[in-house]
Design a protein around this ligand. Structure first.
Ligand code: FPP
Length: 237
């Protein structure tokens, strides 16, 4: 039977791409693109909240991004630290729970401490949920989930989907209904590959630093017009 999705996604995943191209187009350093990307995050969080979407997952740094020039990796790590420090208070006041997903043990001790502090302080919030994927890879997440179950003594020969879903970084959250990718590439790049199995994809040419409230509204309008079948048949609306 057709299972039409609700008109509004409960959870949106965002692949924030195009910071570098945005900067190059302006004759700026790539770091300027990443800084402008943070402003876009603020705009989009605000617009999502106003639209009634309260769970976002942002792809900030993949397990593959370590291969970028050392200087750029350092800039990004510094930006994560600064942004966490600068934004936690306001997010907390607004009732947003923060969670960093990914292999955090490879992050600097300083960043790990900031992440733990932000997570602990906001752990009881329930108005909104912000997941930030740092040193994240979807395949690594699945491997980590299986390892966790194995070390807890689970019988992996009887493994069920729900069990594995409960061992992923996103345990307890609804699966993303919508994945937005900016800057035109038609790929999901190892992002939430388990959770996004039935997500709708929305790709825009807009570079992430230019993405704003209107762009989010356009993505939501597009999503609202999709027929979600979850593998079933399409029934007339
Ligand atoms: C992709 O653009 C963007 C990233 C790899 C980094 C995303 C980071 C931010 C938006 C800033 C910090 C975020 C948080 C959550 C504090 P790209 O560099 O791959 O752009 P290009 O493909 O045009 O080169």
């Amino acid at each position: 039977m057709a299972k039409p999705g609700p008109a509004l996604p409960r959870h949106i995943g965002i692949i924030m791409d195009g910071n570098g191209r945005w900067a190059r187009r302006r004759g700026l350093r790539r770091s300027a693109g990443h800084k402008a990307g943070i402003q876009a995050i603020r705009r989009v969080m605000d617009a999502a909240d106003k639209a009634g979407v309260h769970c976002l997952t942002l792809y900030a740094f993949s397990t593959e991004n370590w291969s970028r020039p050392r200087q750029e990796v350092a800039t990004l790590m510094r930006l994560f630290e600064q942004t966490l420090q600068a934004e936690v208070d306001e997010l907390h006041r607004n009732g947003v729970r923060i969670k960093v997903i990914g292999r955090r043990e490879q992050l600097s001790t300083r960043l790990q401490r900031l992440v733990e502090d932000a997570e602990q302080r906001t752990a009881d919030n329930s108005v909104g949920m912000l997941n930030v994927a740092i040193n994240y890879g979807g395949r690594a997440e699945i491997v980590d989930g299986v390892r966790q179950l194995a070390s807890a003594g689970a019988d992996l020969s009887q493994l069920e989907e729900d069990q594995l879903a409960g061992a992923l970084y996103t345990a307890g959250l609804p699966d993303p209904d919508l994945i937005i990718r900016t800057a035109g590439e038609m790929r999901t790049s190892n992002f939430l590959i388990w959770q996004a199995a039935y997500a709708e994809l929305y790709v825009t040419e807009t570079y992430w630093p230019d993405f704003g409230a209107d762009d989010l509204r356009a993505a939501l309008a597009d999503y609202a017009g999709r027929d979600r079948r979850f593998g079933g048949v399409l029934e007339p609306r």
